[in-house]
Design a protein around this ligand. Structure first.
Ligand code: AP5
Ligand code: MG
Length: 213
């Protein structure tokens, strides 16, 4: 089963993808997490991605597509995967589909976690992330068991560099302009579903599970 998670920055794609990954035993692939890992490790890719991310802009398609196609060619992706934050532009979606077509495969579900912009700005200010394993928390809605520390790996949680209110506004503008057209793209392919992302984390998860069956 191949799933694409759609939705604005901060809609909860990562939160839901993480849960789905453990429920369905599929790899969770976040291009944002891949870029952040590279930034942390100081790789060339990280250096290139950082300037775009800090400005709230998209990393160029060519680079992003190459990284993603490499990742989905790994052995653990043979049974399927959950893509979180990819595709984010029509050319990215087309590149993925043409690669899948060669293998006689396709995206089975595109799940849009729908949250209005005004909720997003509030949510982002409370987000904390684990720089080591990528787990995501929220100070009010999804707190870690121990204040400021990751439940999974014990690492100290951080605020993401791109969660400043100004950057969040840019990310939302970029989302509406470049990513939202994917709604029509996947609707035409008959795989588009939307869930109310303003409900609590467990309720959103249940809605997605009922779509996946
Ligand atoms: P990426 O890391 O993908 O960021 P994003 O899309 O902006 O989304 P976020 O990770 O911010 O939000 P999310 O939807 O995962 O929400 P989360 O679960 O954390 O990309 C970062 C950057 O990398 C991009 O701006 C771009 O520069 C670059 N990039 C990445 N992919 C790219 C691509 N394909 N092409 C080009 N560039 C790319 O939840 C948010 C908060 O809300 C958390 O605190 C969480 O705990 C809380 N929360 C979640 N669900 C709920 C709920 N139901 N109720 C209350 N709180 C909730
Ligand atoms: Mg995320």
């Amino acid at each position: 089963m191949k799933i694409v998670m759609l939705g604005a920055p901060g809609a909860g794609k990562g939160t839901q993808a993480e849960r789905l990954a453990s429920e369905y035993g599929l790899p969770h692939i976040s291009t944002g997490d891949i870029f952040r890992k590279n930034i942390k490790e100081g790789t060339e890719l990280g250096k290139e991605a950082k300037s775009f991310m800090d400005a709230g802009r998209l990393v160029p398609d060519e680079l992003t597509v190459r990284i993603l196609l490499d990742r989905v060619a790994d052995d653990d992706c043979k049974k399927g995967y959950i893509l979180d934050g990819f595709p984010r532009t029509i050319p990215q979606a087309e590149a993925l589909d043409s690669e899948l077509e060669k293998l006689g495969e396709k995206i089975d579900f595109a799940i849009d976690v729908d949250v209005p912009d005004e909720n997003i700005i509030k949510r982002m200010s409370g987000r904390r992330a684990c720089p080591r394993c990528g787990a995501t928390y929220h100070m009010q809605h999804v707190p870690p068991k121990k204040d400021g520390v990751c439940d999974e790996c014990g690492t100290e949680l951080v605020i993401r560099d791109d969660d400043k209110p100004e950057t969040v506004k840019n990310r939302l503008a970029v989302y509406h302009e470049q990513t939202q057209p994917l709604v029509e793209y996947y609707r035409k392919k008959g795989v588009y579903h939307t869930v109310d992302g303003t409900a609590d984390v467990g309720a959103v998860f249940d809605s997605i599970r009922s779509i996946l069956g």
